[in-house]
Each structure stands twice: as C-alpha cells, then as structure tokens.
Design a protein around this ligand. Structure first.
Ligand code: GDP
Length: 356
C-alpha cells in the first residue's frame, strides 16, 4: 500500500484566515479609563467592579497608577465608615477559609457587609502561595454583600502590607462593616496584620502543641482571642483539654492595654458551633475599647506606626537605588568581606557618600 504524505502544516488553498478577534468587541471590553472622581463616587455607591479596579491601581507599581491611587485613597479616607478590622491567622490547614466562609455568611445574615483581604507571605519567598491557588470561600465570594480579594503580589512584606492597608480604606469607603485580614501564621506577616487590625484572632488545632503548628510564642501573645478550631467529632475531648491549656498560657501574659483579657474558645468552622460566641466576644471587645477610648487610641498608634514604617521603607529604597550607592556598594562589600573594614565603618562610608 502506498504511504500517504502527511503534514501538520497543510493549509487549504483559497480560504482566508479568519480574524482572531473581533476588533469592535475588543474595543468594547477594553477597560474604560475613569477619573478619580468617578472612582470615588462609584466606590461609595458600593460598585464592586470599580472597587476592584481601584485596588488594582493601589497594587500597581506603575508611577502613574500610584499617583491615581493616592488620590482615590485620600478621598476614601474622608468617607470611611465605622468598620471593625479583624485579623485572622493560623497555620495552613487549620481551617481559616472554612471558618471565614461560615463567619462571613453569619455576619451577612445579621445585615453586615464583609470584605476579606489576604496577606500571603509565601508569595514573596517562593513565588507560590501557601494560602492556596484553590478557589477559597466559594459561597462567600459570590455573595453580593461580600468582597473577597486574594493576596496582593509584591516583592516585600512592607509593600504588600502598605497595599493591604490602603485597600482597607477603599473597602471602608465602599461601606464594608467588617474587614477580615487573613494571613497564614508562619512568618512575619502576623506582626504586620496585627498592626493594622482592631482585633486579632488566632486559630489553633485541638491536637498539637503550638510549636508543632509552627506558631511562635509572640503570635500567641498578640492574640485577643484563641479559637481552638475543628472542635468537633472525635476531636472534641482533646479540644477541651487544649482550650484549658491555652487559657492557662494566656494567663501568663501581662494584661493588654485597654484592660482586655484574652480567652480561649472552642469552635468548628465546619459545623459552625462556637462561631456566634466568637462574634459576641469581638462585639464585647469593641464595646469595652470604645468606652475607655482605647479603640481610637489604638488606631491612632497604628497610623503613626505605619507612617514611620513608610518613611523607613522610602529611605531604604532611595538609598539602595541611588546611583552612587549602586556603584560603591560592591567595592565596600568586598573590603568588608576581606576584613579590611568593620561593618559599622562600611555603613558609615556608604551613608556619607549618600548624604554627600
Ligand atoms: P486553611 O488552609 O487554614 O484555609 O484550611 P481550610 O479551611 O482549607 O481547611 C483545611 C481542611 O480542614 C479542609 O479539608 C477542611 O474541610 C477541614 N476543616 C476545616 N474546618 C474544619 C472544622 O471545623 N472541622 C473539621 N473536622 N474539619 C475542618
């Protein structure tokens, strides 16, 4: 039998190639440019499409986008509401997204609007994600009274934290009553989250010591409430034991400013038990802190902290991007490594060059 000649590159003669896209449609879907006034007006009306676009501007590293974002954020600051900002942390698999899904839906049933923002430190280290690429909080993210935004990408935690803080203001101007900042409890991101929220909730597992869960003592100390999650089924007895142990551990820390005494509670994000009680604790916290004026004082302290953080970040960027420093740095580093100068002298030489 004669073998047929085959070619993958065969083109029918006499047929025109179809257009790969419809130029008119493309024009229609291409993002319309909005003025900052249009953004602000739409955000205040709760337009989630423009809210998302504004957050994208906040997250952008392009200078023109940043200037636009700055205007929008400044205007939103004038219109922010009386929200409560809650940080939620815990090791991967502790049940954060299951918890937030239940918690968020419960708050929406109470008539509140809920925004969930994430800080994922892993994306800077590994360019992967610990919080997961899987679709998280599926029901919440499609609810019209919720807004779920995955972690901002960035090359430093400081950068991601700034973007998240500005995103909080945008969400507050959009009328979200509860802003949840979620982070995975394995790095430094808890400290950043702690310094931008009113209330810090730590989720722990019933059946492992906190060291085993990768939770540092400092994080336990930051918690305003510890929730022993997955306290259901066969794990319940162990969870009760864990709750007593955490309760004891919390007693070892000095009382918090504002007089709040953190406690440990049992909950299950899966069945929903204990979640209402956690919300009641958060409301009690807000009441107590507002009555003794600590609520505003705490926020003012945080605003100052972020201003100083921002100054340090800018100075650092200016220093390391300065042409003179870029030129001199390798030379000074080799002198330092060769033991010719001390670290302090090296730093002084570079700083003198920078300020010259
Ligand atoms: P995250 O990585 O902290 O966001 O954890 P996930 O919410 O994705 O949950 C990790 C796993 O634990 C999933 O298989 C969940 O079904 C399960 N899980 C979450 N919450 C609970 C809970 O309250 N009880 C039990 N038994 N399992 C849970």
């Amino acid at each position: 039998m004669k073998k047929e000649k085959k070619s993958a590159l065969h083109i029918s003669s006499g047929t025109d190639s179809p257009a790969v896209y419809n130029p008119e449609l493309l024009q229609k879907f291409r993002r319309k440019k909005h003025s900052s006034e249009e953004f602000i007006e739409a955000i205040q009306k709760g337009d989630s499409v423009l809210l998302s676009q504004a957050i994208t501007l906040v997250e952008s590293n392009k200078e023109s986008d940043q200037a636009e974002a700055e205007k929008i954020v400044a205007a939103c600051l004038q219109h922010k509401n009386n929200s409560i900002r809650i940080g939620i942390t815990g090791s991967p698999g502790v049940g954060k997204s299951t918890f937030i899904e239940f918690f968020g839906k419960m708050l929406i049933e109470k008539g509140l609007k809920v925004a969930v923002l994430a800080i994922d430190p892993s994306s800077q280290l590994s360019h992967g994600s610990i919080l997961g690429d899987k679709t998280r909080m599926q029901e919440l993210s499609t609810n019209p009274n919720a807004y779920v935004r995955p972690s901002a990408a960035g090359d430093s935690l400081g950068g991601v934290a700034r973007k998240t803080r500005e995103t909080i203001y945008l969400c507050e101007a959009a009328g979200f009553d509860v802003i949840i900042i979620e982070t995975v409890g394995v790095g430094q991101s808890e400290t950043a989250v702690h310094s931008m929220v009113d209330f810090f909730l730590l989720l722990l597992l019933p059946n492992a010591g906190d060291e085993l869960q990768g939770i540092k003592r400092g994080v336990v100390e930051m918690a305003d409430l510890i929730a022993v999650n997955k306290s259901d089924g066969a794990a319940l007895a162990q969870a009760k034991l864990a709750k007593a142990q955490y309760q004891n551990a919390l007693h070892m820390f000095p009382p918090k400013i504002g007089g709040w005494i953190p406690s440990a509670e049992l909950c299950s994000g899966l069945s929903g038990t204990g979640i209402e009680a956690i919300w009641e604790k958060i409301e009690a916290y807000k009441k107590q802190m507002s009555e003794n004026n600590y609520w505003q004082k705490h926020r003012a302290e945080q605003a100052k902290y972020w201003m100083h953080e921002s100054i340090l970040q800018h100075l650092k960027d200016m220093f390391y991007h300065h042409p003179k420093i870029k030129d001199l740095l390798p030379e000074i580093e080799s002198e330092l490594i060769a033991g010719k100068i001390s670290s302090f002298k090296a730093a002084r030489l570079l700083l003198e060059k920078f300020m010259d």
